[in-house]
Write a protein that binds this ligand. Sequence first.
Ligand SMILES: [Cu+2]
Length: 68
Amino acid sequence: MSSLQLHAQNIKCAGCVANIKNGLAELSGIDSVEVDIPSGNVSIQGDAVDATAITAKLAALGYPVVQD
Ligand SMILES: [Cu+2]
């Protein structure tokens, strides 16, 4: 099990959270996704967490990852 913490832009409401969870569910190897609306923090856990694929998916969904 590995995990990844990201900070993404444009996360404003529960709809955004649902978009992110549904979008990341299309990627394999992810078991859980937690999204914090005020901070924009996205926490991902799974057996095969691919940071490059996740970052690309978030950008495609309209939530570009911020480099902290
Ligand atoms: Cu929203």
